[in-house]
Design a protein around this ligand. Structure first.
Ligand SMILES: [Zn+2]
Ligand SMILES: [Zn+2]
Length: 243
C-alpha cells in the first residue's frame, strides 16, 4: 500500500483523458509523417514529365498525343507521372492515409474539448474544502482510509474519511490551507488531538463509543457495553467493519 497513491474518480478520469490525448498526439504526428511520405512518393514526380499539351491515357504525359498514337511505355505508377488521379490504387492509399489523419485529428479535438470541460467542472468542485483536502487526507494515512478489495483495488473508507474531513474543516475553520501538501503532514496529529478533546468532553456519556466510531468500528450500542475499549481501539487498523 505504501507505493499506492489514492486518486479520486475525477482525478483518475482526468488522468485517463490526458493519457488518451498524449497517445492521440503521437498517433497524429506519425499519421502526418506517413501521409507526407505518401504524398512525396506519388505526387512529386518532376514537372518536366507533365509536358504542356493534352494528356495521354497510356503514358500519362502531356505531349499532345492520344494513347492510340502512344509509342511510350504504359505508365504504371504516379511516381513516374505525378498524376495520382490516373492510378486508382495509389489514389486510394493516399486518400485513406489522409482520412486516417483526419479521423485522429477529430478524436484529438474531441478529447481535448472533453478534457477542458471536465477540468473546468473539476476545478469548480475542487474549491470546496472537502474536495481539496480529501486526497491529501487519504494519502496521509492509507492504512486507515483505504480498503483493499478482493480484486486488488483500493477503495476509500468514505465514512471515516468524511468524519475526519469534518474535523479538519472545523480545525481550519473551513479555510483550505495554502500549502495543503505541507499541512497534510499534520492532519493525523490534528485529528487525534481533536479525537482526544472530543473524547474527554463526551466521556460522561460513553467512554469508548466516540473513539471507536471515529475509527469506523461499527458495533451495536448494546454489544459495546462491557467491552474493554482498548481492545476495540487496537482493532481499528485491521478494520473490522466499514461505515
Ligand atoms: Zn503516351
Ligand atoms: Zn501515370
Amino acid at each position: 500500500m505504501d507505493c499506492y497513491t489514492y486518486r479520486s474518480p475525477i482525478e483518475l478520469s482526468l488522468d485517463e483523458l490526458n493519457g488518451d490525448i498524449r497517445e492521440l498526439e503521437v498517433q497524429v504526428e506519425s499519421a502526418k509523417v506517413h501521409l507526407t511520405g505518401i504524398q512525396e512518393k506519388y505526387c512529386n514526380a518532376p514537372p518536366r514529365a507533365f509536358g504542356n499539351g493534352k494528356q495521354c491515357g497510356n503514358c500519362h504525359l502531356r505531349l499532345d498525343h492520344t494513347s492510340r498514337q502512344c509509342r511510350i511505355e504504359k505508365c504504371l505508377t504516379s511516381q513516374q507521372c505525378g498524376d495520382v488521379s490516373k492510378h486508382p490504387e495509389e489514389k486510394s492509399i493516399l486518400e485513406s492515409a489522409s482520412e486516417h489523419l483526419k479521423k485522429l485529428e477529430k478524436q484529438l479535438r474531441e478529447k481535448t474539448l472533453d478534457l477542458e470541460m471536465k477540468q473546468k467542472a473539476a476545478n469548480s468542485v475542487k474549491n470546496s474544502f472537502t474536495q481539496r483536502v480529501r486526497g491529501y487526507l487519504i494519502n496521509s494515512n492509507k492504512d486507515k482510509y483505504l480498503l483493499r478489495t478482493s480484486d486488488g483495488k483500493f477503495v476509500p473508507r468514505s465514512g471515516i474519511v468524511n468524519t475526519d474531513i469534518a474535523k479538519l474543516e472545523k480545525y481550519f475553520n473551513g479555510k483550505i490551507p495554502t500549502d495543503i501538501a505541507q499541512a497534510a503532514s499534520t492532519f493525523q496529529t490534528i485529528i487525534s488531538t481533536f479525537d482526544t478533546t472530543a473524547g474527554l468532553r463526551n466521556r460522561h456519556q460513553n467512554p469508548a463509543r466516540h473513539l471507536l466510531e471515529q475509527h469506523a468500528v461499527r458495533f451495536p450500542p448494546t454489544a459495546a457495553l462491557g467491552r474493554p475499549p482498548e481492545r476495540q481501539i487496537d482493532n481499528r487498523s485491521k478494520n473490522i467493519d466499514v461505515v
